[in-house]
Write a protein that binds this ligand. Sequence first.
Ligand code: SF4
Ligand code: SF4
Length: 237
Amino acid sequence: MKESYSLVFNIKRFDPEKGKSWMQTYRIEAGRILRFTDVLRKINKELDPTLAWNSSCEHAQCGSCSVVINGRPMLACELLVENAVELFGTTVFTIEPIGVAPVLRDLVVDLEKAYDRVHRIRPFIIRPSQNPNQGQEYRISPRAMEGYLEATRCINCFCCATACMSSHRGFMGPNAVMASVVRIMDPREDATDERLQQLYSEEGVYRCHTSKACSHVCPKEIDVAHFVALAKEGEFS
Ligand code: SF4
Ligand code: SF4
């Protein structure tokens, strides 16, 4: 096993002041267990302090470092150099911003705009149903939760929405659909009809082509396409 690799990073850059975008090549030596966020930081330190990118928790929990690496949307904080070399069979990587929101600079996108997709479906209980345990906490049976627990791991990194071929065709996106399905499956939610109307609207689930790219790229290993399919079929139990 090699201790370090000579990497070539071809990074898509964008200068908002000049309205200009271009590909820039960086050649850098990086240790095998550095993450891609570490390599980007190394580029900032050793080669180019002007390269802009985004990260926050760097523990695959916040979704802010999503980028497209060799065509695949991924979390840069989760990808080790040695794993990337093995996964793609190369030491040359093209890195681009995710495509579901306007680019602010280089690899940084306007996440507020990306979140608009999720905010539109109101990812909270719109109308609380009557609590069967009056005066006590609302208890949800483990069986009821089993159906949607997996989906609650979503960190809204938008990797699925970036991979989705329908995202650019007015589709609300797989993570937004899934967030609405979670609330429909949640017995505390009473606004099922409103949610269904939105899911079956112009921007809704019938835009999905069932490619399952969303499930394939999800860094939290959620079967996103399964939840989109539930919405299509109207099967929520
Ligand atoms: S479903 Fe997965 S890929 Fe999609 S936003 Fe959530 S965590 Fe990211
Ligand atoms: S299965 Fe549907 S939602 Fe998922 S990526 Fe394909 S088209 Fe998009």
